[in-house]
Design a protein around this ligand. Structure first.
Ligand SMILES: Cc1cc2nc3c(=O)[nH]c(=O)nc-3n(C[C@H](O)[C@H](O)[C@H](O)COP(=O)(O)O)c2cc1C
Length: 220
């Protein structure tokens, strides 16, 4: 184990938690704040952000050629690199992700090394609709997976979000509140395993006790 890995073992995992809404009274900001509390309760360290910090002018390759790289993209990149993983709570606009979020992702994707690559991500949404903005999350998977992000299989979409919170900002329904926290904890466990226990890749093969055998060997 090198020095960096040893140091990592004693540091809490860091999560960038951000609400991808520019609206003041955003339902997604409420959900992101709950996610931040759940991460801290379960031993993680939170770096909280709002979309206004990462918002960028429309991507234009001519600007890029002139050496322009917007402050919002610089900040987004910096915060991605400073954390072990990121959690987004995104609104759904017309069955997809908000344009300003995709725009910020496009700007950041131009940097090398490309910051989304191999970074773990958890996707959430909140909407007054019955589907909770879930289609925005499926659409978000496409650019993130294209960029090599490890997007967690389980996602959380809060339906009827305008009625789902208590006055204190918690999820009113107990079953849903438990599912929300369980989902986050499962994500945190995966990030922990990937960050601190990369040896698991080797241990997995050994545990199965596999032996090289031409009959069972996978043919490429
Ligand atoms: C342009 C626009 C399109 C929208 N399209 C959808 C949609 O397709 N599905 C949905 O569930 N809600 C849709 N909504 C409603 C948003 O989910 C709702 O405004 C939500 O509160 C936005 O998230 P926020 O509160 O975090 O800002 C749309 C809202 C806007 C402004």
């Amino acid at each position: 184990m090198d020095m960096e890995q040893q140091n990592n073992q004693h540091q809490p995992l860091r999560f960038l938690v951000f609400s991808a809404s520019l609206r003041n009274d955003s339902l997604n900001t409420r959900l992101a704040k709950l996610a931040a509390l759940a991460v801290e309760k379960n031993g993680g360290k939170v770096d909280f952000a709002n979309m206004s910090e990462f918002d960028c002018p429309s991507f234009n390759q001519d600007l890029e050629t002139k050496g322009v790289f917007p402050d919002g993209a610089k900040e987004f990149r910096k915060r991605l690199l400073a954390n072990n993983a990121f959690i987004i709570s995104s609104p759904e606009y017309n069955g997809s992700m908000p344009g300003f979020l995709k725009n910020a992702v496009d700007w950041v994707s131009r940097v090398r090394p490309q910051p989304f690559n191999e970074r773990h991500a958890l996707l959430m949404s909140a909407s007054p609709s019955m589907a909770g903005g879930n289609r925005a999350l499926w659409s978000l998977r496409i650019p993130f997976e294209h960029l090599g992000a490890r997007v967690f299989p389980d996602m959380f979409s809060m339906a009827m979000a305008h009625k789902a919170f208590t006055p204190e900002g918690n999820i009113a329904d107990e079953t849903l509140a438990k599912r929300f926290e369980d989902n986050l904890v499962a994500f945190m466990n995966l990030v922990e395993a990937a960050t601190h226990y990369p040896c698991i890749k080797k241990a997995w093969v050994e545990f199965l006790g596999e032996r090289s055998d031409p009959v069972t060997e996978r043919v490429e």
